[in-house]
Design a binder for this molecule. Sequence first.
Ligand code: 13P
Ligand code: SF4
Length: 360
Amino acid sequence: MSALGEYAPVSLPTEEILDRIAAAKKKLGQSTIILGHHYQRDEVFRFADFSGDSFKLARDAADRRDARYIVFCGVHFMAESADILTADDQSVLLPDLKAGCSMADMADIDQVLDCWEVLGPRLSQSTIPITYMNSSAAIKAFCGEHGGIVCTSSNARSVYRWAFERGDRILFIPDEHLGRNTGHTMGISDDEMVVWDPHSPVGGLTGDELERSRVILWKGFCSVHMTFQPEHCDRMRERFPDVKIVAHPECTAEVVANSDYSGSTEQIIRLVNESPPGTPWAIGTEHHLVARLNELLPDHEVMPLSPFACNCATMWRIDPINLMDVLEGLVVGKVINRIIVPKEVADPALIALERMLANA
Ligand code: 13P
Ligand code: SF4
């Protein structure tokens, strides 16, 4: 029985699946690249030609004009963005179409249009919409059409700066916490940030609250990062007085305030890598990244911030079997699970994504 046996159908041992992935990848050669987000499981991540956070993967996709096929081992909004950023003769494939993102699902385009209508011409003229990468292509297109921009967790601060050079107020969709944490880094107080609840009439806000706000935060969150609590930081410091704590900015402001650092997955990796050997680290993000860092950096002590393993169920949907199916399909000329964003959405979304790439 293989150590990875739980992924394999009864008739196919996992080692055989992994061998078949390797063989298909070899046959496809340079025509195909595999992109892998840091939250992917190891058996998939090991096949990635390029790995990174969502900003870096978007750039990798945009830069690889020579690849005919881009197999995206990540989630749906990432594959959509890659499709928008690549040429028409390139195809982006997502090994499992159900690999979505519960946070991205917390904002739909009709709710965003309702919000914009409530803001009305007077407020919306001075409001710049920013959508986190974790959102649908339709919301990115809305931002492109309304003088807005896309951000990721690695460039949110410079995107806020960009927006405040063009308007007085930001509408930030869909992660309340990344929006709030970024506001804090720019000296914006909680009094100046209001939360728009898409399920309440007029967002649950008064006209006066909207008028006074500098940032309108969409009421959305990542359930993976919400599991971290400020008390986890306290407990880590009690047990390991020298510990350095880094939290992803999708964590609450209380967790970020109780951490030593905050940053995107790529920034977390850099921080740990650049620290002196022996440094104990407690990391508040998805556990595949934490476990991988722990394995790759045996001279460091890398621990999860919370004792409960914190898994992104949708990242997990990409597995060796659906990766194998997609690659073997390409070998015989069959394109499975292609992500296609219609041109009328892709064109304005590209404007917002290109603004994002220009604001690293
Ligand atoms: P980054 O990899 O950009 O830090 O984002 C984390 C995330 O939640 C991706 O869904
Ligand atoms: Fe979405 Fe959170 Fe999973 Fe990222 S970790 S894909 S934000 S659910």
